[in-house]
Design a protein around this ligand. Structure first.
Ligand code: ZN
Ligand code: ZN
Length: 144
């Protein structure tokens, strides 16, 4: 809790109780939750919380580089409390998002390419997780 408070201050975010709760949830759940998932998880313990507050808080986090907004899922935005550079894998079957570490980022993280200035870099992989692939193959076998 104290650490989260410090983390938010370091990113020029005033640490209200609700903001601390949302950041704490983000940093302790590496599942890349959506705003709705965060709201549903926190609402029982913070009944004064509104969906609008969650959306606005996440927006502030992203604007202050305290969290990442992932657009890997074209249906909804997902959020990540880990702002260190890493790639993401999105399963087209179950929608889960995994972190993929990148060993050598020196070639990836450029701030300039020719006369373009880069402010964001995302690496998104899409495919099927092991479980979904097995289910897919099973279904295909049943059809044949
Ligand atoms: Zn899956
Ligand atoms: Zn991540």
């Amino acid at each position: 809790m104290e650490q989260i408070d410090k983390y938010l201050r370091e990113h020029d975010i005033k640490p209200s109780l609700q903001r601390i709760a949302i950041m704490e949830y983000l940093q302790s759940h590496k599942t890349h939750p959506t705003a709705d998932e965060i709201f549903n998880a926190l609402y029982p313990s913070i009944p004064t919380l509104s969906k609008t507050t969650v959306y606005n808080t996440l927006k502030i986090f992203v604007e202050h580089n305290a969290a990442l907004c992932l657009t890997i899922d074209d249906k909804t935005a997902h959020f990540d409390g880990d702002t260190s550079f890493h790639a993401h894998f999105f399963c087209l079957g179950c929608g889960c998002i995994y972190d993929i570490p990148i060993a050598d980022i020196s070639n990836v993280l450029k701030t300039e390419i020719d006369d373009l200035t880069i402010t964001e870099t995302h690496i998104y992989y899409k495919g099927y997780c092991k479980k979904c692939l097995e289910e897919k193959l099973k279904k295909q076998k049943e059809i044949n």
